[in-house]
Every structure is written in structure tokens, then in C-alpha cells.
Design a protein around this ligand. Structure first.
Ligand code: TYD
Length: 151
């Protein structure tokens, strides 16, 4: 899985002077069935979260309140996304290393997930993650991989 599959998705926004409203429907606004929702909150200043990849899990990450950064890494390159609005989110496919930092005070990181919680699905060691990425590319793709690494 490469970073090009990671993308910001705009969500519907119903603007109203009484306050705005955004909604998310599975398989429409996010490209998977939503099995689980969790959120990070009360994150102390300077803290970071994440630091892992998932074998199968797809996620959609929203700054429901405040802002934070999500750093995504496909084993070859890294990209930082700044999330600061509740009407868009970041789609993260499987086999992407993620770290979250730069949380503003009072921020809420809302995550929609395609699977139930399963510790077996986590890859918590970056070197093992990189090894798995390279193994999954396979030897027959070694020429392609070498050129990808050079670019
Ligand atoms: P983890 O995903 O490791 O969070 P982070 O990478 O941001 O530090 O989860 C932290 C703990 O919470 C871990 O012990 C597992 C538990 N947890 C659940 O029980 N259910 C869940 O849905 C999630 C996301 C975590």
C-alpha cells in the first residue's frame, strides 16, 4: 500500500446559523463498512500517539475539535497532514505506519475503523513494518522497488 492511497476526503457540511452539521455514511463518504468508532481526547501538550501500522484495518481520522498532525509512512516515504476542520478527514488504508502529534489543547481525534479492535492486527515495530512492506512487494518487483526508493 503506498501513500498515494492515503487521502483527505471532504464530508458533507450542512451550514446553519444555529451551528453546522456534518454526517458520514459507510461506503459512501468513507470507502468501508464502519465497525468501530473511537476517539482520543485530553491529550497533554507535546504528546504523540499512534506509532504503529495495521495489517488489515482501514481508518478515517477526523479532527472533530481543534487540530493535530498525522504523519503517514508507507515504508518508503513519509507525509505530514495537518487536520484542523471537522468537515474533512484522512483516509488511511492498511499497511501504513502512522503517528499523531502537535495536538492543540482540547482537541478531539475521532477515528472510524473498518474492524473491531484486535491487537493481532497491529504492527508496533517500525523495522518489522518496513520488512513486511518489502516482503509483500516480493522479489519479482525488486527493480520497481529499487527505482521507487531512489526517487
Ligand atoms: P493504541 O491503538 O495503541 O493507541 P495509540 O497508538 O494511539 O497509543 O491503543 C491504546 C490502548 O487502548 C491499547 O492498550 C489498546 C486499547 N484500545 C482498545 O481497547 N480498543 C480500541 O478500539 C483501541 C483503538 C485501543
Amino acid at each position: 500500500m503506498n501513500l498515494k492511497k492515503c487521502k483527505i476526503i471532504d464530508l458533507p457540511k450542512v451550514q446553519d446559523r444555529r451551528g453546522n452539521l456534518t454526517f458520514i455514511e459507510e461506503n459512501r463518504h468513507v470507502p468501508f463498512e464502519i465497525k468501530r468508532v473511537y476517539y482520543l481526547y485530553d491529550v497533554p501538550g507535546g504528546e504523540s500517539r499512534g506509532g504503529h501500522a495495521h495489517k488489515r484495518l482501514q481508518q478515517f481520522i477526523i479532527a472533530a475539535s481543534g487540530s493535530f498532525d498525522v504523519i503517514l509512512d508507507d515504508g518508503f516515504e513519509r507525509k505530514r497532514f495537518h487536520l484542523n476542520r471537522s468537515y474533512y478527514g484522512l483516509y488511511v488504508p492498511p499497511m501504513i505506519w502512522r503517528e499523531l502529534d502537535n495536538f492543540s489543547s482540547g482537541s478531539v481525534c475521532l477515528v472510524l475503523a473498518s474492524e473491531y479492535y484486535d491487537e493481532e492486527d497491529y504492527i508496533r515495530d517500525y523495522e518489522i513494518f518496513k520488512k513486511m512492506v518489502r516482503e509483500s512487494l516480493g522479489e519479482k518487483n525488486s527493480v520497481l522497488r529499487d527505482s521507487y526508493e531512489r526517487d
